[in-house]
Design a protein around this ligand. Structure first.
Ligand code: NAD
Length: 427
């Protein structure tokens, strides 16, 4: 933290163009070494190399998007009621930022926070997940090689309570930017709130995907498979609640159950504890009367693999309907029509993303108007946001800030209003 504070002052004196150029150099070097980076991610998380390569490319794109802000970071000018006064905005760094992240997509998680934080002129201390320490360390070294001055980005390893909490508690830290579970987010918000630090929380989801009676069912099945099971369901934007209209429910259930059973390897979950927790949740749902239509078991006895799992008959207030499992598990819900579907979608403590499959623009827009979600998708998955799109949720999915997109600049900088009196003699 002291290193970040010391380096920050000089770093903030560089022009935004220069800082953007350094972010671009980091992104270019990462692109050049995408195989090495992705192999490391695959090794530390167990995810397939192809998936890790896609994530590395997304991190690179985030770098390029942020770098472009060096020559595009527009502010505002506005009016004043007093004569001869011009008002304009400047973006100022926040200071020292603590960046605490999840394991699920290690390099994008670093990129989404570190690149805008660096660009905005902050000093940063990054605390990666204890489950994915290697790629963050490697990327920290890469930043130095690409020309980032020492101290501007520091990588600190360790468990949450012992390595993360001291950052949250320390008065040297001006901004706490956290991505992880709502449970941890609550602990962090309390600690950071005690000293009124700027606090940005990007938390979990229990995202719903609605299939209407006019949807293309084959495409909807494909999107559910991708949204619910890719990365073994370890996405904040994963679709875990599949809400289907009565008229097509039986048909859709048959197709989806068959496709889920045929899906094969979706990669392991992150740890034995995660696997045990997910399997226990499935068992509890079964004991509560739910039917497992596909999966529901561990796969093999090496590594932490859970079969893609589809269940139905879960009560709306059962834990499997309310709690984020962060694993390859989705539940089906039968609804009568759009109003009923919206009610089910909104019956959740979370509000990150939501999707609807329909041929009707009216239904799609009405859905967007009515659902409590930070991101709405029509005729695709619940995931898939890109670097230029602000991402963040409502309710217990976050604190209202968005990361990525231009909105990320609001997280990592402060807007200062400057009042200029043109000529004091005239004022
Ligand atoms: P987690 O909350 O267990 O851990 C996240 C980070 O917080 C880790 O670095 C961990 O070491 C640290 N941590 C844990 N306890 C801490 C404490 N007491 N004090 C300080 N730091 C602490 O979450 P996870 O299991 O790594 O990630 C899964 C969660 O992340 C899911 O809920 C998922 O939805 C969420 N997530 C959200 C987004 C988003 O953009 N909204 C993106 C990815 C993941």
């Amino acid at each position: 933290m002291a290193a970040a504070r010391e380096a920050q002052a000089e770093w903030a004196e560089r022009t935004p163009v220069e800082r953007g150029n350094v972010v671009r150099a980091i992104a270019e070097l990462l692109r050049e070494r995408r195989e090495v980076a992705s192999e490391l991610v695959s090794e530390e998380t167990g995810k397939p190399l192809a998936l890790a390569l896609g994530e590395t490319d997304a991190a690179v794109e985030m770098g390029f998007f942020v770098a472009g802000e060096g020559r595009r970071s527009y502010g505002r000018t506005t009016t004043a009621s007093m004569p001869h006064r011009t008002v304009l905005t400047l973006r100022r760094p926040v200071g020292v930022a603590a960046l605490l992240i999840s394991f699920n997509t290690p390099l994008p998680n670093v990129a989404w926070k570190a690149f805008p934080s660096i660009f905005c002129g902050n000093g940063s201390v990054l605390k990666p997940s204890e489950h994915a320490p290697a790629s963050a360390w490697w990327l920290g070294r890469l930043c130095l090689e690409a020309g980032l001055p020492p101290g501007v980005l520091n990588v600190l390893q360790g468990l949450g309570p012992e390595a993360g909490m001291p950052l949250v508690d320390d008065p040297l830290v001006d901004l706490v930017s956290f991505t992880g579970s709502a449970t941890t987010g609550r602990v962090i918000a309390e600690a950071a709130g005690r000293r009124l630090a700027k606090t940005v929380l990007e938390l979990g989801g229990k995202n719903a995907l609605v299939v209407c009676d006019d949807a293309d069912l084959d495409r909807a099945v494909e999107w559910v498979l991708a949204a619910a099971f890719s990365n073994a369901g370890q996405r904040c934007a994963a679709a875990s609640r599949i809400v289907v209209m009565d008229a097509v429910y039986d048909d859709f259930r048959g197709r989806l159950a068959h496709a889920t059973g045929a899906l094969g390897d979706v990669g392991p979950v992150i740890s034995e504890a995660a696997m045990d927790r997910i399997l226990a949740a499935i068992e509890a749902a079964r004991a509560g009367g739910a039917t497992v239509l596909a999966g529901g078991t561990r796969v093999g006895d090496r590594g932490w693999y859970v079969a893609p799992t589809l269940v139905e008959g879960v009560a709306p207030d059962a834990p499997l309907s309310c709690d984020e499992l962060f694993g390859p598990v989705a539940a089906l819900y039968r609804v009568t029509g759009l109003d009923d579907a919206v009610a089910v979608v909104n019956d959740s403590p979370y509000g990150l993303t939501a999707a609807i499959h329909t041929a009707s623009i009216h239904r799609a827009m009405r859905f967007a108007e009515c659902v409590a979600a930070g991101v709405v998708v029509v005729n695709a998955g619940t995931h898939g946001s890109e670097p230029h799109m602000g991402f963040g949720g409502v309710k217990q999915s976050g604190t209202g800030w968005k990361e990525a997109g231009l909105e990320s600049l609001d997280v990592y900088s402060e807007t200062q209003y400057v009042n200029l009196v043109v000529d004091p003699a005239l004022a």
